[in-house]
Write a protein that binds this ligand. Sequence first.
Ligand SMILES: Nc1ncnc2c1ncn2[C@@H]1O[C@H](COP(=O)(O)OP(=O)(O)OP(=O)(O)O)[C@@H](O)[C@H]1O
Ligand code: NI
Length: 310
Amino acid sequence: MPVLEVEDLAVSFRQYSTGLRQTELKVIHGLHLSIEPGEITAVFGASGSGKSLLAHAVLGILPGNATVTGEIRFDGVPLTRERQETLRGREIALVPQSVNYLDPLMRVGKQVEASVCGASRSFRLNSVLEVFKRYKLGPDTAGKFPFQLSGGMARRVLVSTATLSGARLIIADEPTPGLDAEALAEALRLFKQLAQEGCAVMLISHDIEAALQIADKVAVFYAGTTVEVAAAGDFSGDGSRLRHPYTRALWNALPQNKFAPIPGVQPHPNAMPPGCLFAPRCSLATGECAAARPAVREIRGGKVSCLHVT
Ligand SMILES: Nc1ncnc2c1ncn2[C@@H]1O[C@H](COP(=O)(O)OP(=O)(O)OP(=O)(O)O)[C@@H](O)[C@H]1O
Ligand code: NI
């Protein structure tokens, strides 16, 4: 059974415009994804496609003006607000996108130690030092305050926290920028190891090449919608095994492939096209695409929302 299932998730934000008029800005709709124990699911998508909001919706840390609909299940049971509070930091851990999530007034050793469950103080301290060593963080790191760390070090501290939490679902939001090649390889190895130990990992990343080294499955987001779920192995060669035109375009845009940019821009939440959200940029688009949002279909072992895929 999947550890995490997200079905038809929608998130909107209540906003006030002139004259105290309330409007709803819908930023996520039709998002779906699932992660099995021991599986790494990578999430790809341009900036603003809803990757972090998905992470925050699962953790229950969206701002107060957000409305969430659809279903999120953990271990097959709907994630209610109460369950999110109980599971957060224990069964579900976040490696946040920004190092600003570290408490600026607390020494990093203490912050990381707080994520080790139970056991004695000396056991916890030892675990922290051990994991710091694995991440090439010197023993003096524990006594430092966040502002005394470089960006790369702060990131490694955040990954240490999730590693030590013993969580069964780890959501890593862009965990690798600022890491040098060696630290990147080490971070990827550690995520892989966590998965091998049975952990479900959601790896949000702009570094498609790096993420594909360890991912089993990939969910591709576009303008707040899941357009495709594919096996990581489908991202190879000329990309012909990929299903959605956006996924193929994303693959072809990589420097090692065709380095071909995708013309146009992702639509803004307050100006969503009717029908398929990718249609305005899609070379396959027909009149039918503009008429209604394409349904999710199962094709060649993956999932895709596009009328033209066979
Ligand atoms: N509190 C908020 N109020 C209104 N809109 C928001 C809020 N938070 C996020 N958004 C909008 O929701 C969309 C998705 O944001 P999100 O942070 O999930 O993107 P992302 O895929 O993580 O991008 P990035 O790769 O840059 O981290 C964006 O259009 C963003 O502007
Ligand atoms: Ni983000």
